[in-house]
Design a protein around this ligand. Structure first.
Ligand code: SAH
Length: 344
């Protein structure tokens, strides 16, 4: 099997060069090309031709390529459909804030968690992304943008804690000062609540921001819209969160997608407040994005505000997520789904 270069650290690339009878600095040269967004060995001009030939026989870069791109006229949000080296597709979204650019990346091709409101999980999971493919989404979009991306959120297609080892390696890669040099405090990970992995993550004592997709305040309702709740019910998720806060000192954010008539009553806001009271946390309220297959509807603006005000009245900090790129709005997972339909 060929080695994927983009998943390697600088020192691993240097070792690889040496194992192929080359001086150590060739590893650094390859590393620099990869981080400049080289897609083929032909791009690597300062590497001797015969070594490039050998590299292409034994290795591949593993970089993602832009297949489709949509730019919002409203707020410059960009959505990308990216092609992987095996012909699969994932999506990344780039958002512009006052403090810089944030990229939302995918962690798996598809997803096996089965959340009822989510487009990414409809066809199940195809495969995990490698650490390099996680990184490559940033390198590729940054090259297209021509400016530095300063923040990363793992909130695209897939469940990051269902691809645990690759996500950890990715965090190491993305931190590297000679590479993208993005600090852990600029990285966020969103999970549907795989409690034992949240604990494992806490034990690593990383400084990343953790977001938990809660979406319902009791087990009966949560299991209906998020099947993962049958395995990891709310008490277990929250107890793992407490452990995370204790180990890392980091505040946790809870995501709560508001779906009209499903989880958006004041009664539910009250239950949510009772659940979270006393925790170092913040609630992100997300008006549900329309996904054709699900039939779920957004809550009315008034209802959303009332839900938020109730949480705040009970002492829970809450914000309603600003909709970005609404003119190019294809909820996460929809571009890939459309592409797969065209290809079959
Ligand atoms: N698997 C991870 C990360 C991917 S989804 C997780 O579950 O957290 C990122 C966030 O978008 C999650 O909170 C997810 O529940 C939410 N989401 C998925 N589909 C949505 C939709 N149609 N409308 C609004 N939010 C959605």
């Amino acid at each position: 099997m060929k080695t994927e270069l983009i998943s390697l650290t600088l020192s691993e690339l240097e070792e690889l060069a040496q194992s192929m009878s080359q001086p150590k600095f060739r590893g650094k040269q390859i590393y620099e090309w990869i981080y400049k967004g080289a897609e083929t060995f032909d791009d690597m001009k300062n590497i001797p031709k015969d070594f490039r030939q050998k590299l292409s026989e034994q290795t591949y870069i593993g970089a993602v390529k832009i297949c489709e791109k949509y730019v919002s006229d409203i707020d410059e949000t960009r959505k990308y459909l990216l092609e992987l080296s095996d012909g699969n597709f994932v999506e990344s979204v780039l958002m512009k804030y006052e403090y810089g650019y944030t990229i939302c990346i995918s962690t798996q091709v598809g997803c096996r968690m089965g959340c009822k409101f989510c487009a990414s999980t409809i066809g199940g999971k195809e495969r995990d992304l490698t650490a390099g493919e996680l990184l490559s989404q940033i390198v590729c979009v940054q090259k297209d943008l021509g400016q530095r991306i300063s923040n990363v959120v793992m909130m695209g297609i897939g469940e990051p804690l269902d691809n645990f080892e690759n996500v950890l390696k990715f965090i190491e890669l993305v931190n590297a000062p000679q590479g993208l040099n993005i600090g852990q405090r600029h990285i966020s990970l969103s999970t549907c609540g795989i409690a034992d992995k949240i604990r494992e993550l806490a034990d690593r004592k990383l400084q990343i921001t953790l977001l938990i997709s809660l979406h319902a305040p009791d087990n009966e309702k949560r299991s209906k819209i998020m099947p993962v709740n049958r395995k990891y019910p709310i008490e277990e998720v929250l107890s793992a969160c407490d452990y995370y806060i204790e180990k890392t000192g980091r505040r946790i954010s809870f995501e709560y997608t508001l779906i009209s008539g499903v989880n958006d009553s004041i009664d539910e806001a009250e239950k949510l407040a009772v659940l979270l009271l006393g925790r170092l946390c913040h609630v992100n309220l997300i008006p549900v994005n329309r996904v054709e297959e699900t039939g779920f509807q957004k809550s009315a603006k008034q209802g959303i505000n009332a839900f938020k005000n109730h949480l705040e009245k009970r002492g829970i900090a809450a914000t309603v997520r600003r909709e970005m790129g609404s003119d190019i709005n294809a909820a996460c997972g929809q571009l890939r789904k459309k592409k797969n339909r065209e290809n079959t």
